[in-house]
Design a protein around this ligand. Structure first.
Ligand SMILES: Cc1cc2nc3c(=O)[nH]c(=O)nc-3n(C[C@H](O)[C@H](O)[C@H](O)COP(=O)(O)O)c2cc1C
Ligand code: SF4
Length: 373
């Protein structure tokens, strides 16, 4: 029934047993030291099934984290735990990817208080980004390079730079946030310069031990932000530089016009389709895919080559397995909470059988969601 979705896919020397992707999703299951915990091992073990599993946004520097419990790859001491995760993914028959991340101007700073994901206005991002001295950017580039080496040593097949969702590279790509007057600001060539410097540095470091790619936010939802044509030109250049596939998403927000009226697909999936129409390399797309019927239809309609399933897999880690085994009726649905509780404490996810008692009521949801904002 889901013939295309469950059929294998080849990327360079790698074979994905199916076209379902577990996208990178931070879990905040690490300790302050950024090390892999038993909870991580359980999480990736339970999520087995997708042909490609991309380990969550993993910090290349402690000061680039979004939360003190974010997984890290900033020391050689992180390699052992990460190699266990790569091993778990390989044992499930999947290709193992890892996303490496720096939050740039929106990085967690203790001075800003303990709450993660505080909304930082573009004006402040702009100011903070301007203060990133060239020497600091060099340090960050080297940290990505080291992270690439460690990821390859840990056994990951694919290393993905996080260049979406309003973090460092996405901030630099945005003309709204990037008002630098040096060679990293101004034209799209300048705004993407750092991304390419890092991309090339990681490629050189890793050689043929892993494929280096990026998750690229090709447009911003904010007025004055990255335009789709500039975003697609960056995706094209990543392809030219050797990216073997590209994961397509948005930068800060996503404009409504991307999605034609009446379309069954999310705006993010439409962005993937736009990218696919100009790229030759395979495209990973998704967003809002909760049911396998939609994923299959998206592949048949040529929206993307691989489909990622995010929150639906957090709500039911057996999602892919059930689809493959023809037990899709057993999928526990994601409830589409206002703000996904996995950003805060996965135990509050109401779709999980082990959800913290009394916390799956609508009243509780509304209250905590508002408080959290
Ligand atoms: C809890 C949570 C954590 C996420 N963490 C990351 C991340 O580390 N890196 C990333 O690129 N996207 C991250 N995302 C975005 C997802 O990868 C995905 O693109 C998004 O949830 C939309 O897909 P969905 O509708 O299938 O959930 C996260 C999303 C959620 C809900
Ligand atoms: S917390 Fe809510 S939105 Fe997030 S995965 Fe669980 S059910 Fe879905």
């Amino acid at each position: 029934m889901y013939d295309l979705l469950v059929s294998p896919f080849r990327i360079r020397g790698l074979t994905l047993p199916n076209r379902i992707v577990m996208p990178p999703m931070v879990t905040f299951l690490a300790g302050d030291d950024g090390l892999v915990t038993q909870a991580h091992r359980d999480h990736y073990e339970q999520s087995a099934g997708p042909g490609l599993m991309v380990v969550e946004g993993t910090a290349v520097l402690p000061e680039g984290r979004i939360d003190r419990r974010q997984l890290g790859i900033y020391s050689d001491g992180h390699v052992e735990g990460l190699s266990e995760l790569a091993g778990i993914i390989h044992s499930a028959g999947a290709v193992a990817g890892i996303q490496i991340h720096h939050a740039g101007a929106t990085a967690f700073a203790e001075a800003r208080g303990p709450k993660t994901y505080r909304r930082i206005p573009p004006t402040l991002v702009r100011l903070l980004l301007q203060q990133f001295a060239t020497s600091r950017l060099v340090r960050i580039r080297d940290a990505f390079k080291d992270a690439g080496r460690r990821a390859a040593a840990a056994g990951f097949d694919i290393i993905e730079l996080h260049a979406a969702h309003g973090y460092l590279f996405s901030q630099l790509l945005s003309p709204l946030k990037n008002r630098r007057l040096d060679r990293y600001g101004g034209s799209i060539e300048n705004r993407s310069r750092f991304l390419f410097e890092v991309f090339q540095a990681v490629q050189e470091e890793v050689g043929d031990r892993a494929l280096v790619t990026a998750r690229i936010g090709v447009v911003d939802g904010q007025k004055g932000g990255l335009t789709l044509s500039d975003g697609l030109s960056v995706a094209l250049r990543l392809q030219e530089e050797g990216a073997p596939l590209l994961s397509i998403s948005c930068g800060s927000g996503i404009p409504g016009w991307v999605r034609p009226e009446g379309s069954p697909y999310s705006p993010r999936l439409h962005l993937a389709a736009r990218a696919k129409s100009v790229l030759q390399v395979p495209v990973i797309g998704g967003g809002g895919v909760r049911r396998p019927e939609l994923a299959e239809q998206a592949l048949r309609d040529g929206m993307s080559d691989l489909v990622y399933v995010g929150q639906a897999m957090l709500a039911d880690p057996g999602w892919a397995r059930k689809v493959i085994e023809g037990q899709e009726d057993m999928i526990v649905a994601c409830r589409g909470c206002g703000r996904c509780f996995w950003f805060e404490d996965y135990r509050k996810c109401p779709s999980r059988p082990d959800a913290v008692d009394g916390r799956n009521s609508r009243a509780w949801h509304t209250r905590t969601t508002l408080e959290f904002r």
